[in-house]
Design a protein around this ligand. Sequence first.
Ligand code: NAD
Length: 260
Amino acid sequence: MPQRRTALITGSTSGIGLSLATAFAAKGMNVVLNGFGDPVEIESLRSRLAHTHGVEVLYDGADMSRQEQIEAMMARTVERFGGVDVLVNNAGIQHVAPVDEFPVEKWNAILAINLTAAFHTTRLALAHMKFNGWGRIVNIASAHALVASPYKAAYVAAKHGIAGFTKTVALEVAELGITANAVCPGYVLTPLVEQQIPATAKARGLTEEQVKRDVLLAAQPTKRFVTTDEVTDLVMFLCSDAAASITGVVLPVDGGWTAQ
Ligand code: NAD
């Protein structure tokens, strides 16, 4: 019987990443969980996923802004599972401020977590994928990988960067059974978006309801938030054998936002 595949999803204690980790476990894959949160809740999530789906689930709390912690997480994963077959670079943070007031430490953190971390995980995951002649890399980018919004200089720069990184990796491994794609959600109502609503309200002098209606959903022709399930289903398809010829794409799941 072939060895069970392993999916590592960065930032999988919340939002889109948590939905993805659940879906990979439900597919019968071993899962590496990563992200911050209450240790008791994370352990209960870890054991629930393992027991419900009969798979092995490893939690590693590596801070994606720290190269040495990423390297240690990847080494632990190799030791436990032999390597990563499906890598989803999902961990991300946001900060909203005008560019001339943008805190330098926030810029550095956003570039490190939303862009550079994916370089480190990818470079360390590829040896195993190359050896097996099979691998899937999915980078959770954003509609902001394709278009900009004011007050999000670091996020937009990092997400445009990950689009270019994805295409480059895809070209380098195209003949080796490995695909690399970027998924670009529009607004999904996760904690990441919920926490930026007050900041956007302050930056633009609006109420929080006005921000939801006139700023966030104004960009989305469907006039509703994208769901975590919609993003997850797309990622699961990209990780299937049916998607073997889809590589190097920067694919919106954004309710028509970037069609405008
Ligand atoms: P979220 O805040 O619900 O989850 C983010 C996850 O990343 C959490 O598990 C958190 O603990 C983890 N994380 C944050 N900093 C970390 C660090 N330094 N090291 C390790 N883990 C860290 O956010 P989400 O909305 O689910 O976002 C997931 C991804 O989707 C992000 O890359 C985000 O940019 C992208 N995205 C989200 C939306 C949206 O509207 N929610 C839209 C487009 C793209």
